[in-house]
Design a binder for this molecule. Structure first.
Ligand SMILES: [Fe+2]
Length: 439
C-alpha cells in the first residue's frame, strides 16, 4: 500500500502506478534506439544536438545520481566514471565534458550503455518496492525525484526526435526514420480568432500534479483585452511571407534577427528547400519521413522557425506574438489531441498537423522572455540547476509538439530557447488587441 502522502503521485491522475509509468517512459527511449543504427546514435550534427547514445546514458545517469546513489542502500555505481561523463551541466556535482565532445564518446559502447540502463532500471524498481519501508518524508522525496526523472527523460525523448531529424537532414543521403504512412490529409483548422475580455487571471501551476519548478508559483496576472488565432500559422501562410520577400525587408526584423538572417543565410524555415538541380523547383520540406512536397503540407503548422522569424512574420501579417500568459489563458481548457507514444512512434505521422487545440502539434514562440515568476524558488540542492539558471537571454515557447511524449504537456508548461534556435518543432500563433477586430 502506498503512503498516503504519495497518493497524488502514485495514483493520480492516470491511475497508473509510478512503477508502471517508469517502465513505460523508459521503454519509449529504447523504442527510439531500436529505430536507429548504432552509427545513427553517435551523430551530433549541430551545436544544439547531442548523440542519441548520450541521451540514453544521460537520462539513466539522472536516476543513478539523484536516486540510487542517495537512497538505495548498498547500491554500487555501475561505473564511477559515468558520474562525470554523463553529467550535462550540473556544476555543483563537479566536472563534466564539453557538450561539443559528446560525439567522441565511442566508448562506452552502445551495448554498455544499454547494460547501464538495465542496471539502473533494476535499482529503481527495487527502490520503488522499498518505498513502504521508508519514513514518509523520505518516501515522498524519492517519489518526487522519480517523477522529475521521468519528466526529464521525456524532455530528452523530444530532443532525440529533433537531434536525429537534424542528423538525417545533414546526411547527404537525407535518410528517413521510416517511410511516411498514408498522408493524413488534415483539414485546415478554422481561420478564426478567440476573444478575451480584460481582467485578472490566475497563471502558473497550482495543482497537486507534477509540474516543473519554473511553472510556479501560481499568481495573478492582468491581461488587457486580446484576441488569439484559433489555429497556428500554416505553411501556406508562411510561404506567402517568403514569396513577398519577407527575408529581404529590414523593416520587418528585430536588429538581432536581421543580423542572424544575414550571418546564417536564412531565406526560409529550417528544412525547407527548392527541389531540382538548380534549386528552382517546387519547395519541399525535410521531415522524419524524408523530404515531402510543401504542397502536401500547406495546411500544416509551419515549424522550425527561430523567434526572430516568428516575430517578423507576425509583424508582416499586421499582428504580434501572444504573451505567454495570453497563450496560457487561451489554452487552459484545451487538451492535446496528438501525443507521442510507442505506437505513434512506430506507425504514426511524425509531423505537425492542423488542429483546433493549442496544445500538442507545434511549440509556439511567445513574446515573453523566460523569467522567474514572482516568488519563484528553484529546487534545493543540485536539482536547483535544472531550470532556474537558464533565466537569461531566452524566450518562452508554449504548446508542446507532435514529438512531445504522451502525458508531458499542459497549459502551464514553459519551454525556453535562445531566440535564434530553429532545430525544435517551433512555430507560432498570432495575437492582437481585441479592439483591433477580426482580420
Ligand atoms: Fe538532462
Amino acid at each position: 500500500m502506498a503512503h498516503s502522502a504519495l497518493a497524488s503521485l502514485v495514483d493520480a491522475p492516470s491511475h497508473v502506478s509510478l512503477l508502471e509509468r517508469f517502465r513505460r517512459v523508459r521503454s519509449l527511449s529504447v523504442a527510439w534506439s531500436r529505430l536507429l543504427t548504432p552509427e545513427d546514435q553517435m551523430m551530433q550534427s549541430c551545436a544544439d544536438a547531442s548523440p542519441v547514445k548520450w541521451h540514453l546514458a544521460h537520462t539513466t545517469w539522472f536516476f543513478e545520481t539523484f536516486l540510487l546513489r542517495e537512497y538505495l542502500p548498498g547500491y554500487a555505481l555501475f561505473d564511477p566514471d559515468f558520474l562525470w561523463l554523463f553529467n550535462s551541466y550540473y556544476k555543483t556535482l563537479g566536472g563534466h565534458p564539453e557538450k561539443s565532445l559528446r560525439a567522441s564518446f565511442s566508448r562506452p559502447s552502445l551495448a554498455q550503455v544499454m547494460d547501464f540502463r538495465g542496471a539502473v532500471d533494476g535499482g529503481i524498481e527495487r527502490l520503488l518496492e522499498s518505498l513502504d519501508t521508508m519514513a514518509d518524508a523520505t518516501a515522498r522525496e524519492v517519489a518526487e525525484r522519480i517523477e522529475i526523472g521521468l519528466n526529464h527523460e521525456q524532455q530528452h525523448q523530444e530532443l532525440i526526435a529533433t537531434d536525429i531529424k537534424h542528423a538525417f537532414f545533414t546526411n547527404p543521403l537525407h535518410p528517413a526514420l521510416r517511410p511516411a504512412p498514408l498522408m493524413p490529409g488534415a483539414a485546415p483548422a478554422a481561420d478564426e480568432w478567440m476573444n478575451f475580455a480584460p481582467g485578472l487571471t490566475a497563471v502558473g501551476h497550482g495543482g497537486s500534479e507534477f509540474a516543473f519548478d519554473n511553472e510556479a508559483p501560481q499568481h495573478m496576472a492582468y491581461l488587457a483585452d486580446f484576441s488569439i488565432a484559433a489555429r497556428a500559422v500554416s505553411c501556406r501562410d508562411y510561404l506567402a511571407f517568403v514569396d513577398d520577400g519577407g527575408y529581404a525587408k529590414p523593416n520587418l526584423w528585430l536588429s538581432d534577427g536581421w543580423d542572424a538572417i544575414a550571418a546564417q543565410g536564412w531565406h526560409a524555415p529550417l528544412y525547407w528547400r527548392r527541389a531540382g538541380e538548380r534549386g528552382d523547383g517546387p519547395w519541399e520540406v525535410f521531415t522524419l519521413h524524408g523530404f515531402l512536397p510543401l504542397e502536401s503540407l500547406m495546411d500544416s503548422p509551419v515549424c522550425h522557425l527561430s523567434f526572430y522569424e516568428a516575430e517578423a512574420f507576425a509583424r508582416w501579417a499586421g499582428h504580434r506574438l501572444p504573451t505567454e500568459f495570453e497563450f496560457e489563458a487561451a489554452a487552459r481548457d484545451c487538451s492535446a489531441e496528438d501525443f507521442l507514444d510507442a505506437e505513434k512512434l512506430s506507425l504514426g505521422f511524425l509531423h505537425p498537423q492542423a488542429s483546433r487545440s493549442l496544445l500538442g502539434q507545434v511549440w509556439q514562440w511567445t513574446q515573453s522572455a523566460y523569467l522567474p515568476y514572482p516568488g519563484y524558488e528553484p529546487l534545493p540542492g543540485a536539482l536547483g540547476e535544472y531550470n532556474g539558471k537558464f533565466m537569461s537571454g531566452q524566450m518562452v515557447l508554449r504548446g508542446g509538439s507532435v514529438m512531445t511524449p504522451h502525458g508531458h504537456i499542459r497549459a502551464t508548461y514553459r519551454n525556453f530557447f535562445p531566440p535564434g534556435t530553429r532545430w525544435q518543432f517551433s512555430g507560432l500563433r498570432l495575437a492582437q488587441r481585441r479592439s483591433a477586430g477580426p482580420r
